[in-house]
Design a protein around this ligand. Structure first.
Ligand code: GLU
Length: 450
């Protein structure tokens, strides 16, 4: 058995039932095989064995009282995965699907994503199996306060800097920060994604979505192609999807779909973005309400779509942007996209494509932008927020947006060049994994056995 296969088998035994984590690990380890041959030092110094073990995992009880006076209990997590390149950095996810394996896969991905940005940030991730859907504002606040009552002792501007992810937006960051400040009695840059009124950065809210589109632009430039007039399928309708659609419109493309956990909207003449923002950001409603304004749009409820996969990928389009969640694009979906002539798949979510679907994209030679490269704009702008906090300065929108564009272009060039160097031009999965891994591994070698 090869070293990589053996390592994965061992991982399955020592960390049982963490399937998403194995998937993320397999993706990275299989790509870096040629690098390991070139640099035997990594194996001699057990870099992989050390990387697979988080530096620290914190699991805690989050008790809170709901509006009926009933006591609820959730599971809270923060995984401080790797600090070779800088303080742990990564979001918090509040979603019922959160468990130790999910947080571990997200934390593992984050290490290499953060390395790819070229900025000094390590990898971490956290969250809770809390479902914000249908909760009152007061319940959200009490939950966030309880969550931070434990988390505050583990974080700090030079230690670990959480941010948002699914279910954690500016409102939650506000409540989390308020409780941190009260407990620590410090106004620190200890979270990113803060409100611009009190230390947040311009463009942070938009950054992941904008960054995904900037990355797509880099991929297309290389093919002498452009976004102009392109039909785009988007999944999701959260922060990433909304700002990806916003930038797509700005650059002349046409988003024709989006989705939430109940169903998918397809609107051939182009998604009415203001309406989606109103339904999702202002009213916290369901996308189905879109039909009340646009009778010519199509809505498919998740319950009416019996097939494995996601109906959003069964429409004809030039580019697909999975911006919802992990494993939302299956092998069958990938087949449908390819049959329908889709030329690029650029990921806004973390690990949205199953391994079989990724393999199909790579084999077929379409442009495939893996999330750890294409969605790194969010965390990169978080680091820009940390830099502004540390220097007590504020940069304007254009300045941050320019930096974001440069960072996305550097990530693309880095992944592409690395893929070429290793004899697989256009395989950005291999390029991104090797480029990210190499930085972390070299830093670990230099820092000794810790
Ligand atoms: N949750 C985002 C991600 O997956 C952003 C993390 C951050 O800004 O720290 O990269």
């Amino acid at each position: 058995m090869s070293y990589i296969k053996e390592t994965i088998e061992k991982l399955k035994q020592t960390s049982p039932a963490q399937v998403e984590f194995y998937q993320a690990v397999e993706d990275v380890l299989e790509s870096i095989e040629p690098l390991l041959e070139e640099r035997p030092k990594y194996r001699e110094h057990s870099i992989i064995e050390r990387l697979l073990e988080p530096e620290r995992q914190i699991m805690f009880r989050v008790p809170w009282m709901d509006d009926d006076g009933k006591i609820q209990v959730n599971k809270g997590y923060r995984i401080e995965f790797n600090s070779a390149l800088g303080p742990y950095k990564g979001g918090l996810r509040f979603h019922p699907s959160v468990n130790a394996g999910i947080v571990k896969f997200l934390g593992f991905e984050q290490i290499f994503k953060n390395a790819l940005t070229g900025l000094p940030i390590g990898g971490g991730k956290g969250g809770a199996n809390f479902d914000p859907k249908g909760k009152s504002d007061a319940e959200i606040m009490r939950f966030c306060q309880s969550f931070m009552s434990e988390l505050y002792r583990h974080i700090g501007p030079h230690t670990d800097v959480p941010a948002g992810d699914i279910g954690v937006g500016s409102r939650e960051i506000g409540y989390l920060f308020g409780q941190y400040k009260r407990l620590a009695n410090r106004f620190d840059g200890v979270l990113t994604g803060k409100s611009e009124l009190w230390g947040g950065s311009q463009v942070r809210k938009e950054a992941t979505g904008y960054g995904v589109v900037y990355f797509a632009q880099c991929m297309m430039d290389d093919q002498d192609d452009s976004l102009d007039g392109k039909r785009c399928l988007i999944s999701g309708s959260g922060n990433v999807a909304i700002h990806a659609m916003e930038k797509l419109y700005e650059l002349g493309a046409k988003p024709i779909s989006c989705s939430d956990s109940s169903g998918t909207i397809y609107h051939d003449s182009g998604i009415d973005l203001d309406l989606v923002k109103r339904i999702k950001e202002e009213q916290g409603g369901r996308l189905k309400e879109y039909l009340e304004t646009h009778e010519d749009a199509e809505y498919t409820s998740k319950d009416d779509y019996p097939e494995e996969g996601h109906c959003v990928w069964r429409y004809e389009a030039d580019i697909a942007f999975p911006c919802a969640t992990q494993n939302e694009l299956t092998e069958k979906d990938a087949q449908a996209l390819l049959e329908n002539g889709c030329k690029y798949i650029v990921e806004g979510a973390n690990m949205p494509t199953t391994q079989a679907a990724v393999d199909l994209f790579i084999e077929s030679g379409v442009g495939y932008g893996p999330g750890k490269a294409s969605n790194a704009g969010g965390v990169a702008t978080s680091q820009l927020e940390m830099a502004q906090n540390a220097s007590m300065l504020r940069w304007d929108f254009e300045e941050v947006d320019e930096k974001l564009k440069d960072i996305m272009s550097n990530i693309y060039q880095d992944a592409k060049r690395t893929a070429e160097d290793f004899g697989h031009p256009s395989n950005l999965v291999l390029g991104a994994n090797i480029a990210g891994f190499r930085k972390v591994a070299d830093a670990m070698l230099e820092q000794g056995v810790v």
